[in-house]
Ligand binder design. Structure first.
Ligand code: HEC
Length: 175
């Protein structure tokens, strides 16, 4: 009986401590402040595991075509580059001020499978600056964006600039 009482009391104390932390305002929510390493590890591991669990391998985009890559560039350069930067392009002030920082995708894209990347871009990552694009963009556009970001690791600044000069793909919706 004593053990049970102690157990319950332990939870009550924990709950009161948590509420005190919430209502005292002592927890600093400033984006300019780095999370302590334990919280940062917990959040990033939760994010990686969640994406791996929810990504649908069946939604695997097939091998990408050059048209998709070009189409994907358009979305990337209009929408993503501000936060993530690109070859020869720094993120703008929005991307630089976010916490967690938007990763430089050329360095990180290889850690994810195509279905995982598609899931991230379609659904976004809650409580971070990463938006969900599923409501505003067709799957085909997002698959094209994935095709493009998978090219980033091999892309030089000159090649990125070359994409900017290219006329837009004939149709705005990839087939
Ligand atoms: C407003 C800023 C913002 C925009 C715009 C944005 N992202 Fe993100 N993105 C983020 C942030 C912040 C993260 C990091 C989330 C985290 O660490 O949990 C992220 C994470 C990602 C990741 C996971 C990368 C990794 O290695 O963790 C991918 C892939 C990604 N974004 C792709 C895109 C694509 C493609 C676009 C455009 C269609 C885009 N993002 C637009 C802020 C942004």
């Amino acid at each position: 009986m004593k053990v049970v009482t102690g157990f319950v009391l332990g939870w009550v104390v924990l709950a009161v401590a948590a509420l005190l932390l919430v209502f005292s305002g002592l927890y600093n929510v400033a984006a300019s402040k780095q999370d302590n390493p334990i919280i940062a590890w917990l959040l990033s591991t939760t994010m990686r595991r969640s994406v791996a669990h929810h990504a649908d391998a069946a939604a695997a985009p097939g091998p990408s075509t050059e048209d998709q890559v070009r189409q994907g560039f358009k979305l990337y350069n209009e929408t993503c580059v501000y936060c993530h930067g690109g070859p020869g392009k720094d993120p703008v002030d929005i991307g630089q001020g976010l916490n967690p920082e938007p990763p430089y995708l050329a360095d990180t894209v290889g850690r994810w499978t195509a279905p995982e990347l598609f899931w991230i871009v379609k659904n976004g990552i809650r409580m971070t600056g990463m938006p969900s694009f599923g409501r505003t963009h067709a799957d085909a556009e997002l698959i094209a964006a994935v095709a493009f970001i998978q090219r980033l690791p091999q892309m030089t600044p000159a090649q990125y600039a070359e994409f900017e000069k290219q006329p837009e793909a004939e149709s705005s919706t990839p087939q």
